[in-house]
Design a protein around this ligand. Structure first.
Ligand code: IMP
Length: 431
């Protein structure tokens, strides 16, 4: 069974917990896009782990992790994360493989990311400032440097030299920022070369062979559907294909080999960074959700914008990912509310729309059409059986499923690994 797990909103849906949980039944967990901009928080035995680049599944004993060709890798962050895990007693030796075709994030990518945001001023995207966009931009303009390139000193130097010629001119002349020294970068990246070697392989071959051998593969999406560069709220998106389609191009596994796509969705909505957010709550209720849900970015610490569950947003994610089921998370954050609202459609220029407009200008003009639900006002925290949920919580969850046209296989009202309501185990049931 090959399962893709994606976020249905703007990231931070709780994919970390869901992937960690499902990894128990998987043999291999694969990252297919993004880089260390992601922040997956997992709580195990009261201890919180935040992973940015390394597949979450590696926290499960004995599981294999793969970083596919669609990911952009900052080697410094990569080794720091491995060190952090080993300090906490988690050894990844022999359990992590990296695609030789993945692109590298270079120090100048981060500089360009920050300078470009600064120059955009109020129009900024609100990136994580980690060089993700410029690294993918270089990939598209065919000047990117890939993992395999650091094993060929001459080729690496040649590419770096060529890139710095252009990058330093941009930094100095456009951004009035300091240029980069070739020798310094060369030395740093050559120092990663020997250390990186044991991890690097042809991951497409490895994964396809594993599928032939009947292994269970879990493809772990970072960010969310609405941050996908093609399908999200462009230009306020990340620079990769975070939706399910990216799992194929980002790993070299053909589309017909995937069996299921699980969409993770919060019981309300959050967004970090700029961009339209029709169901956003800017007043006291937004602050309340932020506080109850501890909605602060795992990567940058920025407060997340909060709003009601937006069925239009998730219905779109159900369609473009062809989701087979949902995992609804953070239900307990709504426990204390007497009334909960859900955005069921948008009002746009005097008309009602039920689908997301692809024009950003139109989306900015959308106001939410809200449907009110009675709260349950009792604690659901830590519930492990769906039947034990208060009646109004079940009514709310069933309405969400109906509104977006997708059933829920998993419901979570706790950050702890062992406290989850599994209605149908994705790896154990037919698609
Ligand atoms: P970038 O990925 O750093 O280029 O940032 C682009 C947009 O994606 C910004 O709005 C970020 O806040 C958002 N973003 C990137 N990674 C994540 C994530 O893991 N969770 C939520 N938002 C993210």
């Amino acid at each position: 069974m090959n399962l893709i797990v994606v976020g249905t909103q703007w990231g931070d849906e709780g994919k970390g917990k869901v992937v960690d949980l499902l990894s128990e039944q998987a043999d291999i967990v694969i990252r297919y896009q993004g880089g260390h901009n992601a922040g997956h928080t997992i709580v195990i035995g009261g201890e919180a782990f935040v992973l940015h680049l390394i597949p979450t599944g590696l926290l499960q004993h004995g599981k294999i992790g793969v970083i596919g060709n669609g990911v952009v890798i900052n080697p410094k962050a990569f080794f720091e994360e491995i060190k952090l895990l080993s300090e906490r007693g988690i050894s990844i030796e022999g359990r992590l493989f990296v695609s030789e075709a993945a692109h590298l994030i270079m120090p100048y990518h981060q500089a360009i990311d920050k300078e470009s945001e600064k120059m955009k001023g109020a129009q900024k995207i609100g990136t994580t400032g980690r060089g993700i966009g410029p690294a993918y931009a270089d990939k598209m303009t065919r000047s990117g440097i890939r993992v395999a390139d650091i094993f060929d000193e001459e080729l690496f130097r040649e590419k770096l030299e060529k890139n710095l010629l252009e990058i330093n001119a941009i930094l100095e002349k456009i951004y009035q920022a300091p240029p980069f020294d070739l020798e310094q970068i060369f030395k740093e990246y050559m120092s990663y070369s020997e250390k990186m070697k044991p991890f690097v392989t042809d991951t497409s071959q490895y994964l396809n062979k594993a599928i032939d051998d009947g292994k269970h593969l879990l493809f772990e999406g970072a960010q969310g559907t609405h941050l996908d560069v093609d399908l999200g709220t462009y230009p306020y998106v990340t620079s990769s294909n975070s939706a399910a389609g990216g799992a194929s191009t980002g790993t070299g596994v053909g589309p017909t080999r995937f069996d299921k796509v699980l969409g993770v969705t919060k019981a309300y909505t959050t967004r970090v960074g700029s961009g339209p957010f029709p169901s956003e709550l800017t007043g006291a209720m937004g602050k309340r959700l932020q506080k109850e849900g501890n909605e602060f970015g795992a990567t940058t610490g920025r407060p997340r914008r909060c709003g009601w569950f937006d069925a239009v947003l998730v219905r779109y994610a159900v369609r473009v990912n062809h989701l087979t089921s949902l995992a609804i998370t953070k239900l307990d954050v709504l426990d204390s509310l007497s009334e909960i609202e859900v955005c069921v459609g948008y009002a746009l220029d005097g008309k009602t729309v039920e689908e997301m407009p692809s024009s950003l200008r139109k989306l900015e003009r959308c106001t939410p059409i809200l449907k009110r639900f009675e709260g349950w006002q009792e604690s659901t925290q830590g519930t492990t059986s769906y039947d034990q949920l208060p009646k109004n919580a079940r009514i709310y969850l069933e309405a969400l499923s109906e509104l977006v046209g997708c059933r829920a296989d998993i419901v979570s009202a706790s950050s702890k690994r062992g406290e989850t309501m599994i209605l149908r185990a994705p790896f154990e049931t037919e698609p």
